[in-house]
Structure formats: structure tokens, C-alpha cells
Ligand binder design. Structure first.
Ligand code: HEC
Length: 156
């Protein structure tokens, strides 16, 4: 009669087979989560570093903006013949990687003369846009090279 418990255990034991299967499923699950996190980094997830710029950059940016952009976007970024670069209409650029805005401006703006601005001109103009949109200045400047902008979010 000592055999009975063993038999019972043997009867129950198939459950143990489920454990490795469950672990395997968990492993697949966490792999999917890891892939999602990677996708988030590429499309502007929370991993992006906060945007910083220095006061001096925005001063230079204002001069460039007035000379190159204000004619269509207005002296105060309110939009005239072109869309506003502030407020609700501009919000879709915020919390996205700053490289998106940088690339758009460098390739498309000024309208009709895309591709004519240097990295430094585009970067300083972006800091002016940031200032007018209420973003706080920092002791750390905005990088001016596109490579260094990949991991930075536009917004604070
Ligand atoms: C000759 C007029 C003109 C000038 C000058 C100009 N833009 Fe534009 N800009 C436009 C127009 C028109 C659009 C809308 C284009 C579209 O929707 O495809 C636009 C769109 C934009 C957008 C996208 C706005 C949005 O809501 O998504 C940004 C950012 C921008 N311009 C930045 C600049 C900057 C920075 C400068 C100066 C370096 C500049 N533009 C100079 C006409 C101009």
C-alpha cells in the first residue's frame, strides 16, 4: 500500500511538465516586451533625454529666425502666411525626437530654399523656437550636430 502515494504523485506529475512550458512562454513574452522597448526608443519613447539649450544660443537663434523665417511664420512665431511655430498647432513636434524637427527645417526651410542652412543655424533657430514656446534655459547647450540629437526629446 506504500505504492499508492507514489502512483498518486505520478498521476499529478504531468503538471510539472507545464512549468517549463510556462517559463518558455514567459521568456517569449519578455522578449516581445524588450522589442517594444526598442521600438519606443526609435520612435520617441520615454528613454529620450530632456532638451536643453543655453540663453546665448537663443539670442543667436532669434537673429537667424528674424532674418530667415519671420517673413512667413511671423515675428512672434504666431504664423502669417505659414503655420505658427508655437501653441497647439505646433504641439505635434513636442515630445518627439528633436532630430525630426531639425531634419525637417534643414531639408525644407526656408520654403523654397531648403538645404541652405548650416547645422548651427538650424540648432540656434530651434533654441529660439524653444524659448518662445516656454522651455526653460539651462547651463547645458543644445548640441548642433545631428548625430548628437538622435537621443534627445524636444520638450521639457
Ligand atoms: C517663404 C515662406 C517661408 C519661410 C521663409 C519659412 N517657412 Fe517654414 N513653412 C512655410 C510653409 C508654407 C510651411 C507649411 C509647409 C507644409 O505644411 O508642407 C512651413 C512649415 C514649417 C514648419 C512645420 C510647421 C508645422 O506645423 O508642422 C516648420 C517647423 C518651419 N516651417 C520652420 C521654419 C523655419 C525654422 C524657417 C526659417 C529658417 C522657416 N520655416 C522659413 C513657409 C516658410
Amino acid at each position: 500500500m506504500r505504492v499508492a502515494p507514489v502512483t498518486l504523485r505520478n498521476f499529478v506529475s504531468p503538471r510539472l511538465w507545464l512549468a517549463p512550458a510556462a517559463i518558455a512562454l514567459l521568456a517569449v513574452g519578455s522578449h516581445v516586451v524588450a522589442q517594444d522597448a526598442d521600438a519606443g526608443a526609435a520612435t520617441g519613447g520615454a528613454e529620450l533625454a530632456p532638451f536643453t539649450y543655453m540663453a546665448g544660443q537663443a539670442v543667436g537663434g532669434k537673429t537667424n529666425y528674424q532674418r530667415l523665417c519671420a517673413e512667413c511664420h511671423g515675428n512672434n512665431l504666431e504664423g502669417t502666411s505659414a503655420p505658427p511655430l508655437s501653441g497647439d498647432n505646433f504641439a505635434h513636434w513636442i515630445d518627439a525626437p528633436v532630430i525630426d524637427l531639425f531634419t525637417f527645417i534643414q531639408e525644407q526651410m526656408p520654403a523654397g530654399a531648403g538645404g541652405t542652412l548650416s547645422d548651427a543655424q538650424v540648432a540656434t533657430i530651434i533654441t529660439h523656437i524653444a524659448k518662445v514656446n516656454g522651455m526653460a534655459q539651462s547651463t547645458k547647450g543644445m548640441p548642433t550636430k545631428p548625430d548628437a540629437l538622435e537621443g534627445i526629446r524636444f520638450g521639457q
